[in-house]
Structures are given as structure tokens and as C-alpha cells.
Ligand binder design. Structure first.
Ligand code: ZN
Length: 218
């Protein structure tokens, strides 16, 4: 059970004055650099993780980061809100909104914009201290992550690329190295979705804020 709200975390790094919408915008803008290619979309996925099994909510595709971040904020009151780290493209349909496939896994990922790691706090000890230690460990990495997001129960760290790469295997190999070196979880595969900053983690009794902790412009 979560004992300390993630609201305590920013004090470790200096309080961010950014509102939720701007956190979502900065988070996504920093990760997705460069232009989309033909047929590519950003994916937003809503889940209700407060119930078991989780309920699936809207799954939406956008060509604009502003639309993506605005939608994340619109859905945050009701859902756990995630974005696809990989850019989505249907191998058959020109427009992914006309995709005939129910399963849209790795074959629907065209490029990856960043390497990342998912770091959960498993201990029942002092949560704030645990997060502080974790942030310190991540920032001592070489190179340190450019973006840190408090996920509510841990931290998502990102190393954005200059532009997205179609070499999914290479990014997954980097993700596995990050996991091995820094002790992350198994969220290494190209089809992952991760939480959007400025939303809520509703997996536990109290919704926990998902917060942007580190970003070049924050
Ligand atoms: Zn498809």
C-alpha cells in the first residue's frame, strides 16, 4: 500500500510550478523530437487500473503533440492515462484509425524516440527516502536521463534520441542494459505504453499524481 503521496517528490529536485497540462506537454515534447512520417501517429491509451481486471478505455491516435497532451489531461479525471513510447503505424491500413487488427503490438511500431527505464519502489520502507535514493542513482548514470517522471510508485526515466529510430532492436538492447545496470523493471519492449506526466496513477486507493521531475525546460 502506498503510504506517502508522490507530491513529496518534487521537493527533492525543486518544486515545479508547472500545471498538469504544461507537464504533459513538456514531457511529450521532449521525448518526441522531429517530424512524423507518413502514416505515423502518437497513441494515447486509457485504462482503469483501480479495478481488477483492469478496464480498457479510449485508445486514440493523434498527429499532433498538442492534441495528444490535451487529450491526456481531458481523460485524467477518469482514467489512468498512458502514451505509446513508440510511434504507431499500421502495416496494412494507411491511416491507423482504419486499422483492421485487434492486436496492435510490435508490428504496429514504426520508430522509437527514446530509450527508457521503469523503476519501481518495492520496499515498504521510507518511501520518500527511497525515491530520493532512486533519483540520485539514476542521475549518477552516464549519461544521466534527460527526463524523469514520478509514476506514483516509482520513476520512469527517458533518454531521448535526436530523432526517432526505426531500429527497434537497438533501443530495446539499450533498455535492457539500463534495466541491468540500474535495476529497472521489465518494461523494455518497443510496444510499451507509459504514464503521461500531469495525470494520476489510480491503481491505489488514493489517486497519486504522475509528475514531471526533470525535463530540460523545467
Ligand atoms: Zn493494423
Amino acid at each position: 500500500m502506498v503510504t506517502a503521496p508522490a507530491a513529496h517528490i518534487p521537493r527533492l529536485l525543486g518544486d515545479s510550478k508547472l500545471g498538469p497540462r504544461e507537464q504533459a506537454r513538456q514531457h511529450l515534447l521532449t521525448i518526441f523530437r522531429g517530424e512524423l512520417q507518413s502514416g505515423e501517429h502518437y497513441e494515447l491509451r486509457c485504462l482503469d487500473l483501480s479495478v481488477r481486471p483492469a478496464t480498457k478505455g479510449p485508445r486514440l491516435y493523434f498527429r499532433s503533440l498538442t492534441e495528444l497532451s490535451d487529450a491526456a489531461i481531458r481523460y485524467r479525471e477518469q482514467w489512468d492515462v498512458f502514451f505509446g513510447v513508440g510511434l504507431r503505424r499500421c502495416p496494412v491500413a494507411k491511416d491507423i484509425n482504419a486499422c483492421p487488427h485487434r492486436e496492435r503490438g510490435r508490428d504496429h511500431i514504426s520508430r522509437l524516440p527514446a530509450a527508457w527505464g521503469d523503476f519501481d519502489l518495492h520496499s515498504d520502507g521510507d518511501r520518500e527516502h527511497g525515491l530520493e535514493t532512486l533519483v540520485g542513482k539514476l542521475l549518477s548514470g552516464s549519461p544521466p536521463p534527460t527526463v524523469l517522471v514520478a509514476s506514483g510508485t516509482g520513476i520512469h526515466a527517458y533518454w531521448p534520441l535526436v530523432e526517432p529510430t526505426p531500429d527497434l532492436e537497438r533501443v530495446e538492447a539499450v533498455n535492457r542494459s539500463v534495466k541491468r545496470l540500474l535495476g529497472g523493471d521489465n518494461a523494455v519492449d518497443a510496444a510499451r505504453v507509459l504514464r503521461v506526466a500531469g495525470t494520476f496513477n489510480r491503481k491505489y486507493r488514493e489517486p497519486l499524481p504522475v509528475q514531471l521531475l526533470r525535463c530540460p525546460h523545467v
